[in-house]
Design a protein. Structure first.
Length: 78
């Protein structure tokens, strides 16, 4: 599994709706409301061998109300 952290910026007034839609899809490991340039922080795992871009497009970016994302992929370093 590949671990990703996804910062999500929502269109004004849609953060709770976006968070509810993410929760219904059951794709996340953890989901937080955060302060700063983004509204939500999601931790998720993508199955090994699955194309991360296609996974994100199909499961995250298709959610209405998301304005922008910033994704960080993790690697086992130690």
């Amino acid at each position: 599994m590949d671990c990703l952290f996804v910062h999500i910026r929502c269109k004004p007034g849609t953060t709770y709706d976006v968070a509810a839609k993410i929760a219904l899809r059951e794709i996340h490991s953890e989901l937080y409301s955060i302060s700063g340039d983004y509204d939500l922080l999601m931790k998720l795992y993508v199955p090994k061998g699955e194309d991360i871009g296609l996974f994100m497009n199909a499961n995250v970016l298709s959610i209405d109300g998301i304005e922008r994302t910033h994704t960080t992929q993790t690697f086992k370093a130690f």
